[in-house]
Ligand binder design. Sequence first.
Ligand SMILES: O=CC(=O)O
Length: 431
Amino acid sequence: MAEPTNTPMPPGTPVRSLSPEPALPSLIPDASKFLPAHLRTSSGGNAAAPPKRPIVLHIGDEIKYNPKTYAEFSTAFEVVRPSAAERDRPEFIRALKERRWGDFSAIFRPFWGTGGEMGRWDAELIDLLPDTVKVFASAGAGFDWADTKLLGEKGIIYCNSGLAAAEAVADFAVAMIISTFRHLPWCISAAVFSPTSSDPNTPSTSAEAFQTCHARATAVSHNPRGHVLGLIGFGNIGQQIAAKLGHPAFGMRIAYYDVERKPVDLETSLSATFHPTLTSLLAASDCVVLATPASPDGKPLITASTLAAFQRGTRFVNVARGSLVDEEALADALDNGTLSAAALDVHADEPRVNARLVEMARALLVPSSPTTGRGASGPGPGRVMLTCHNAGGTVETHIGFEELSMRNILAVLKGGKALTPVNLGYLKQGE
Ligand SMILES: O=CC(=O)O
């Protein structure tokens, strides 16, 4: 996303795009060779001797995919990697207090699955950072695991890696959007159904489940073409979803809401219609997709009150953050027909998934009066698709996470500009 879009919005601003926009040159260099990492694992002993090169605190797994960039990175910097035990929050705090890793200049988290063991980067951790820290570059499009405002106020630029994840997230969103139109969870689960329930509405044999689905899914399934896809957040991810599902491919009509209206030529190239308010977007959409970062205050955007603005029978997809959705209100909306289907990759209380939504995802209930889709009311089969925060998770994303995080640190510590900063708005002038 262009820097302004990715800069934190003023308090109270509702949404912005999930990922940065500037086109980077390929983030995926030759990854064919595995470079043994020249890493110094902290011994847990005394502070390091004064460094000749800036120290980079590398949290999480070793670099796997980008040997060329890592060779440059580890030549330019002294890379210090705390052990797994040191990344546990109490030990991490102890180490920061002891200045065990010296006066480091950057924090580097190249992976998504590791490096977060110390928990949220809140005031407790940030206040312990040495004044030398200039940049924190991390894997991940989302950045709700760090108080980026406080980091900015301390003069530390936080760079996310949404750009590297955008294609994977957009691809996954496409699958989820199609699922809401075609009731894929029903089609999949009926084919592999094994009867366990005594519920009279539930098919009692797998053959019956198969035939029921085969016969009845038609009545509630629709082609996406011509339907309005309402994107909340129109950064790199939202734009890629629009490009994949709009004209000429799937022929959906693209609408979006973002804190910043995008340039007209971009709107034109994606045939996207801007809505100045969330309510107006919701009222116009046949399928609403969340592609925006978590609210800075952690509050949900999709609540009973915003759900009231949806058209009856709308579909809903979340590939952004679970905290953006009041899941009980969402389950109510599925129960009362406000929503005809939902697909959620992210959940409010991961790794736990809302029990009502799980029940709906498992349901093989036959609709008592199949409708034409919109306006389907009451529990219906296959209306909820739930996945395990998988949208961004591809090898290509991880190659990009590593590369982009290193490039951000190289840029900032060599006196240049961060590539994908998200908190410049909180840095004092001149920093
Ligand atoms: O959720 C995934 C990410 O933040 O990249």
